[in-house]
Design a protein around this ligand. Structure first.
Ligand SMILES: Nc1ncnc2c1ncn2[C@@H]1O[C@H](COP(=O)(O)OP(=O)(O)O)[C@@H](O)[C@H]1O
Ligand SMILES: [Mg+2]
Length: 260
């Protein structure tokens, strides 16, 4: 599903005055494309994601999905957060079904599909376990299954692997590419990790320090399917270095409001 973000600005009111989080930010994502937004902490990545989900409204500009202005949360957009945010008193399968129940849809009708998604993320044997019995990586996979249940056309991911250890993160990246390739979803992936963005993406959008803008769009011309060998390839290192250089050339972030 095509996503377009045109001239979007967002200002937070704070006790120390207005804080411009995003200023005149624009980009597009093609249907089926895997695009990462790469930027330093505090540049406005999560704010951008909340705008795309319709949880926040822009002060200026326009966001649209398949040509329709985003004016509130939509059922055809799935979200995965940095923390898995599972309900500890619900079994894994019931956690996957939470959004269905919240929308008043039939849980019974979606049960088989939820089991199928647990299989897709390699957790069918854990359907009746509780979240605290699972590792961090497994909990994050439950979050991905939950986001996919409503068959979203667009999957939004906000640093979903940032809280995981390095080895788990690598296997989760492969898992995600596998799911993406099998499902054909459009993915907008937020990260502050250059190698993660390069490994996963068709294209990397470079975000400036706050107020956030898209300052570059870098196509990632690495062949797919990607694997551990991809990371060892010379081209992988070149792309990471190009992005690092791009960040070094950006101005530093301003101070907090009242001090800027
Ligand atoms: N609800 C809010 N109220 C006021 N300021 C906020 C709020 N949420 C985020 N900010 C500020 O907006 C800026 C961007 O935040 P965020 O989008 O979370 O950045 P990122 O996800 O890139 O780390 C930061 O300076 C942050 O402190
Ligand atoms: Mg964030």
């Amino acid at each position: 599903m095509h996503l377009s973000v045109e001239g979007v600005s967002l200002v937070y009111p704070t006790s120390r005055g207005p804080l411009t989080a995003l200023q005149q930010l624009s980009f597009g994502v093609e249907p089926g494309e895997f695009v990462s937004v790469l930027g330093p902490s505090g540049c406005g990545k999560s704010t951008l994601l909340k705008l795309v989900t319709g949880l926040l409204r822009p002060a200026d500009g326009r966001l649209a999905l398949a040509g329709r202005t985003i004016d509130g949360p939509r059922a055809d957009v799935g979200i995965v957060f940095q923390q898995p945010t599972l309900l500890p008193w619900k079994r894994v399968i019931d956690n996957v079904l939470v959004p269905i129940r919240a929308r008043g849809c039939s849980v019974a009708e979606h049960h088989d599909k939820a089991m199928g998604l647990l299989e897709l993320v390699g957790l069918s044997a854990f359907a009746r376990h509780y979240p605290q019995e699972l590792s961090g990586g497994m909990q994050q996979r439950v979050g991905i299954a939950r986001a996919l249940l409503a068959e979203p056309n667009l999957l939004l991911m906000d640093e979903p692997f940032a809280a995981l250890d390095a080895m788990t993160r690598e296997s989760m990246m492969d898992e995600l590419l596998h799911i993406w390739q099998r499902s054909g979803k459009t993915v907008l992936f937020i990260t502050h990790s250059i190698p993660e963005a390069v490994y996963l993406s068709d294209r990397v959008l470079v975000m400036s320090p706050r107020p956030g803008r898209i300052v570059d769009s870098v196509p990632i011309d690495l062949p797919r399917p990607r694997s551990v060998e991809t990371m060892a390839a010379a081209r992988f290192g070149e792309l990471c270095n190009e992005l690092r250089a791009r960040f070094r050339s950006l101005p530093a972030a301003p101070g907090e409001p009242g001090h800027a």
